[in-house]
Design a protein around this ligand. Structure first.
Ligand code: NI
Length: 266
C-alpha cells in the first residue's frame, strides 16, 4: 500500500477526472492520499473530497505563493482545522523564488502568514505541511522562533517536495520534521537530490506526487496524479537497495505516525 502524502485533487485538471484517477490509484496500490489546501476559497472543495472518500484526507492552509486571496486569521485556521478529516495545517511556508521587483524584506506578509499557520498547528496539535523555496534559512529560523524544535508541544510536520541540500534536510530532521520526496527525484538532473534521499533516515521519509505538477519519469511533462507515486517509491528503492514494497510500507507507516488523524474513525 502506497500513500501519496501531498496532492491537489481539487485543481481543475484532476477534479474533472476523479473517477479515472481513483481507478488508477486502486490498480497501482495507492490506497491513500492527502488532499492539500492552498487557499481558504478552495478549502470547502478540498475538504469535500475527504468527506466523500474514506481514503482521502484534507489539510487547511494558504500557500505562500498565493496573493490576492483571503488572508487567513488564526481563527480561520483553528475553526477549519477542528473539522473531521482535517489532519494537517498547510501548505504553508516561504517562497522567495519569485520575488520579481521585490526584496526579501518586502515579504514580511509571507513570514507573518507562516507564523499564523505554525501557531494554529501548535494549538491544534496538527502537523505542518511546509513549502520552502529559496528561503530555507528563514523557514528554519521562524520554525525555531515559534518553538518548533521537536520538544513536547511541537506540532512537527513535513518539508514537502524536498529540493534543498543535505544540510537543510539535517536541520529539518533535527527540528523533528519529516522529509517528503516527489517525482523530482526521478529527474535526470536531480543527482544531488538523490544523494539527499540516500541520507534521510527511512523512518523520517514520506513520498508524494504534488500532482497535478511534477510527474515522475516516465511521465515527466504530463499531468501527474496520485497513482504515479509508485515511481517515486521505485526511485528511492533503487537508491537504497531495497524493494519498492518496503518503501511503500515504511512511508505509509511514517504517514500514520505523523498525520495521526488519519487513523481516527471520525
Ligand atoms: Ni503542493
Amino acid at each position: 500500500m502506497y500513500t501519496d502524502s501531498h496532492c491537489h485533487l481539487s485543481f481543475p485538471e484532476l477534479r474533472e477526472d476523479l473517477p479515472r484517477i481513483r481507478s488508477a490509484m486502486a490498480a497501482a496500490g495507492v490506497n491513500r492520499a492527502l488532499c492539500i489546501c492552498t487557499t481558504l476559497e478552495e478549502f470547502e472543495e478540498v475538504h469535500g473530497l475527504a468527506l466523500a472518500h474514506d481514503n482521502f484526507w484534507s489539510t487547511v492552509g494558504v500557500h505562500p505563493d498565493n496573493e490576492d486571496v483571503t488572508e487567513p486569521s488564526l481563527d480561520d485556521l483553528l475553526r477549519r482545522g477542528r473539522l473531521p478529516r482535517v489532519i494537517g495545517i498547510g501548505e504553508t511556508g516561504l517562497d522567495y523564488y519569485r520575488l520579481g521587483e521585490r526584496t526579501v524584506a518586502d515579504m514580511e506578509w509571507q513570514r507573518q502568514r507562516f507564523r499564523t499557520h505554525i501557531r494554529a498547528a501548535r494549538q491544534l496539535d496538527l502537523p505542518l505541511v511546509i513549502h520552502t523555496r529559496s528561503a530555507s534559512d528563514d523557514t528554519l529560523a521562524i520554525l525555531r522562533e515559534e518553538g518548533e524544535d521537536g520538544s513536547p508541544g511541537s506540532a512537527g510536520g513535513v518539508f514537502h517536495c524536498f529540493t534543498e541540500t543535505a544540510e537543510v534536510a539535517r536541520a529539518a530532521l533535527d527540528l523533528g520534521f519529516y522529509i517528503s520526496f516527489s517525482g523530482i527525484l526521478t529527474f535526470k538532473n536531480a543527482a544531488d537530490l538523490r544523494d539527499v534521499a540516500r541520507f534521510v533516515p527511512m523512518d523520517r521519509m514520506l513520498i508524494e506526487t504534488d500532482s497535478p505538477y511534477l510527474a515522475p519519469v516516465p511521465y515527466r511533462g504530463k499531468t501527474n496524479n496520485p497513482s504515479y507515486v509508485v515511481h517515486v517509491a521505485q526511485q528511492i528503492a533503487e537508491l537504497r537497495g531495497c524493494a519498492p514494497e518496503e518503501i511503500a510500507l515504511t512511508t505509509s507507516r511514517n504517514f500514520e505516525r505523523l498525520f495521526k488523524g488519519c487513523l481516527s474513525t471520525a
